[in-house]
Ligand binder design. Structure first.
Ligand SMILES: CC(C)CC(=O)Nc1cccc(-c2cccc(CN)c2)c1
Length: 232
């Protein structure tokens, strides 16, 4: 998160850190006791290995009462996701066991009504992604509030030039923005997860390249079907 602030510890108990070999790679969030939602492009550099999922954390390194690293039983990238564009950029992770829910570990409801969030709505996004242009990575969770911008503005030829589909949404990226490592985290508007951070043009803090999110509502049926069909 560029030019945001350190989050209040454990006030976003749905946040997950997707880790590989003990390193934070991407964000994610708890959508059910045994399921985390994130972004498919986070698996681009993992060579087919499974993530581990850290829940209940504020600091990535310090001991905290309800912090726990969960093994992943299976990963389900959306079948339409690919490395060439941001389409269907969702990843479902089934934890090896149900997460123990407590004050620091809670499920976040996601939007099921497929209707655009109004432009100018101020939403919040959090993550352990880079916090400055030298790529510094934080130990503690950061957050930032950003206004939604309309798909028409986001699709302007000087912005994302028509690549923003009805399954995507954008927020203003002037100075404060999401960045590398924030992918997979939720865009939370009025207490509900409306979107999942995607890397988009992989630039940060440039107002000409608004932040892009995969809208969740259009994928509610896919999410439900994967959770229902996965084995015990
Ligand atoms: C395997 C993946 C972690 C590779 C990757 O995603 N790289 C990367 C590099 C630069 C910016 C970003 C990035 C992320 C989230 C939002 C944005 C744009 N605000 C950029 C993402």
């Amino acid at each position: 998160i560029l030019r945001g602030s350190v989050a209040k510890p454990h006030l976003k108990p749905y946040m997950a850190s997707l880790q590989m070999d003990g390193q934070h790679v991407c964000g994610g969030f708890l959508i059910a006791e045994q399921w985390v939602l994130s972004a498919a492009h986070c698996t681009e550099e993992t060579d087919g290995k499974l993530f581990q999922v850290l829940l209940g954390a504020h600091s990535l390194t310090e001991p905290e009462p309800h912090k726990r690293l969960y093994q992943v039983r299976a990963q389900f990238p959306h079948p339409g996701s690919n490395i060439h564009n941001n389409k269907d950029d969702l990843l479902l992770l089934q934890l090896e066991e149900k997460a123990e829910l407590n004050a620091d570990v809670r499920v976040l409801p996601f939007q099921r009504e497929d209707r655009d969030v109004a432009a100018e709505t101020v939403c919040e996004v959090a993550g352990w992604g880079t916090i400055d242009h030298s790529g510094r990575r934080p130990d503690k969770l950061h957050q930032v509030e950003r206004p939604v911008i309309s798909r028409d503005v986001c699709n302007h030829r000087t912005r994302h030039d028509g690549t923003i589909t009805k399954n995507m949404m954008c927020t203003d990226s002037r100075r404060m923005d999401t960045c590398k490592g924030d992918s997979g985290g939720p865009l939370v508007c009025n207490g509900v997860a409306e979107g999942v951070v995607t890397a988009g043009s992989r630039v940060c803090g440039n107002y000409k390249k608004p932040a892009i999110y995969t809208r969740i509502a259009p994928y509610a049926a896919w999410i439900d079907s994967v959770m229902a069909s996965a084995d015990e």
